[in-house]
Design a protein around this ligand. Structure first.
Ligand code: NOJ
Length: 595
């Protein structure tokens, strides 16, 4: 699987018991929360929400991914829509997010739930209309929430008019818009043999035969998602025109889907076998050396950046960049030239899937120190991976662990990308019966690969029917079982909820100059249990201490100055803290100011 990380390494859901345990602990801390809040206020600088003085907006941003089918249904059909997102702008503003990235909402047969686009310049009727989209952007402006769209450039739907025409003959005007290839030969039964061994990330051969052309076309993903031929300059022009259409409508930028896979080897050589055995889809484990991250892609990205930069307002290009190492990631920024993506996602930190201090420390150091003057983008959750609640949780301390993850995300020197429901502690609700599965990968891969439905369940707003997501008798995916206690309304009312933890940290990173713009240096690097680092700014420093183990740890940090707690879930660390000797209980988080 080239670009989806842990499809066969999903964790299983956290238990109700675990959450009950942590709620009890949260209640203990409740009385002390007000104090913590006022300490945080004391550290606030004059930095404002707009923050134009200290670089482009995206540098300090919290970007919130919305899976539109699952966020808010405004018309009672069981599927989320654009007007639903508009209705929830007040919530997004109160959380403190600067931008939302909306997964594809263009017209689509929905084979891959929108990642199979049949028209780049419209809105799928399930999600609304262009006028609804314009209203959403306008509402976003009112609430200081920018709108970023998902742009799928590697492939279209097989129902897109471009593909229908391309597939019709070898001589039509769009004959060369997709990746077509003659068969290697024919077998004894006269069946065409695919040109090479390339396999689809979603299982099976990546080649599909079209009798009308007597040729195969290449599809990195489902066969309903034929790959565009980016060696054809007319394809680039059509794609850039589509992007302009949305930039003209006021979008703040794009998240570029599967962007490393735009080009394939022109000689179409077989991908080498990487390791023995078969993957979850029953295919050989091949390297993707001839189908991903080919150097040609960078020329396209440079031209795309120039196009985006021709618009005012720092439009941002974000990459879905699952890459093998940091040197490769740096190339996606354009290295020192900084002329490619502003924010290719770092997937090395957020998807380690274990609370391994030396590993996390090293990966954070890599992205903090080995991308020159470029700016990291960290992410722990998205619509393709089981939620971090289980990927990092131990089944007992999941809520405390979720606080650790949030603290790491929001106090690091990086742009922060989060996924709807992460702020509530939404769990992964993987289907238990094949007949309930919606994601085609789960249907073809069952039971080894159960698909991605589990991390796409409806947003949990309140304890009413359908968790306040919809009024439909049946929602497109079932609401997770814990919605009566894990929802926005309940958590808004609890000062120490995970939601309020997120709000506090997001406000702090916006308003505290050290967190906003300070340097980041690891502390106590020989400690294999506690991750600690300091952010140094002109008006003081902020230190983060995270105990990533299930046992109490005592740390001694080489930082001098007077210490004030800003945010912690440890009652004993609210006041009177000394960094020379600090006792941090299992999975405890502490953030404090040092002057
Ligand atoms: C990556 C997207 O995040 C995923 O959901 C999608 O299935 C593939 N790209 C194909 O577009």
């Amino acid at each position: 699987m080239g670009n989806l990380m842990d499809l066969n390494e999903r964790g299983v859901g956290g238990t109700g018991f675990a959450r009950w345990t942590m709620m009890t602990r949260a209640a203990v801390v409740l009385a002390l929360a007000a104090m913590c809040g006022s300490a945080a206020q004391g550290q606030m600088t004059a930095a404002t929400h707009a923050g134009a003085a200290d670089g482009p907006w995206w540098k300090h941003a919290v970007i919130y991914e919305i899976y539109p089918r699952s966020f808010q249904d405004s018309n009672g059909d069981g599927v989320g829509d654009l007007n639903g997102i508009t209705q929830r702008m007040g919530y997004l503003q109160s959380l403190g997010v600067d931008a939302i990235w909306i997964s594809p909402m263009y017209p689509s047969p929905q084979v891959d739930f929108g990642y199979d686009i049949s028209n780049y310049v419209g809105v799928d009727p399930q999600y609304g209309t262009l006028a609804d989209f314009d209203k959403l952007v306008a509402a976003g402006k009112e609430h200081h929430v920018r709108v970023i769209l998902d742009m799928v450039l590697n492939h279209t739907s097989d129902k897109h008019a471009w593909f229908v025409e391309s597939a019709s003959s070898r001589t039509n005007p769009r004959a060369d818009w997709y990746v077509w290839k003659d068969p290697k030969g024919f077998d004894a039964q006269g069946k065409p043999i695919p040109p090479n061994n390339w396999i689809s990330g979603f299982g099976g051969s990546a080649w599909e035969w079209v009798p009308a052309r007597k040729q195969f076309y290449y599809h990195e993903f489902y066969k309903q998602q034929p790959d565009l031929n980016w060696r054809n300059p007319v394809v680039e022009k059509a794609a850039f025109d589509a992007m302009r259409f949305w930039l003209d409508r006021g979008v703040a930028g794009f998240r570029l889907d599967a962007i490393p896979t735009l080009f394939e080897d022109p000689q179409m050589r077989d991908n080498p076998v990487e390791k023995p055995g078969l993957n979850a889809q029953g295919d050989p484990n091949l390297s993707d050396m001839y189908t991903s991250n080919l150097p040609e892609v960078h020329d396209v990205i440079r031209r795309m950046r120039a196009m985006a930069d021709s618009y005012p307002g720092n439009r941002v290009l974000i990459g879905e960049t699952y890459l093998p190492n940091i040197a490769e990631l740096n190339k996606w920024y354009g290295g020192e030239k900084q002329d490619e993506l502003q924010l290719p996602m770092d997937m090395q930190v957020g998807f380690t899937n274990k609370l391994d201090v030396p590993l996390l420390r090293q990966r954070i150091k890599d992205v903090e120190t080995q991308i020159g003057k470029n700016h990291p983008l960290l992410v722990f959750d998205n619509h393709d991976n089981g939620r971090s609640w289980e990927r990092y949780g131990d089944g007992v301390h999941n809520e405390a662990i979720a606080r650790l993850i949030a603290t790491l995300l929001f106090t690091s020197r990086s742009t922060a990308l989060m996924y709807y429901g992460e702020e509530l502690g939404m769990v992964t609700s993987t289907p238990t019966r094949k007949e309930d599965v919606q994601d085609p990968i789960g249907i073809t891969g069952w039971p080894k690969e159960k698909g991605r439905d589990g991390e796409r369940t409806p947003m949990q707003w309140d304890a009413s029917v359908d968790a306040g997501f919809s009024t439909a008798a049946k929602t497109w995916l079932p609401v997770a079982a814990d919605y009566k206690t894990v929802n926005v309304k309940v958590e808004e009312g609890e000062p120490n909820s995970l939601l309020n933890w997120h709000k506090k940290l997001i406000a702090l990173r916006r308003d505290n100059s050290a967190l906003r713009d300070g340097s980041m240096t690891m502390l106590d690097e020989s400690n294999n249990s506690v991750l600690s680092f300091v952010r140094k700014g002109p008006a003081g420093s902020v230190v983060t201490v995270l105990n990533l183990t299930g046992t109490e740890q005592t740390v001694s940090l080489d930082v001098s100055g007077s210490v004030t707690t800003l945010v912690t879930d440890v009652p004993g660390l609210m006041t009177g803290v000394s960094l020379k000797k600090m006792v941090v209980p299992a999975f405890g988080s502490w953030v404090g100011a040092v002057k």
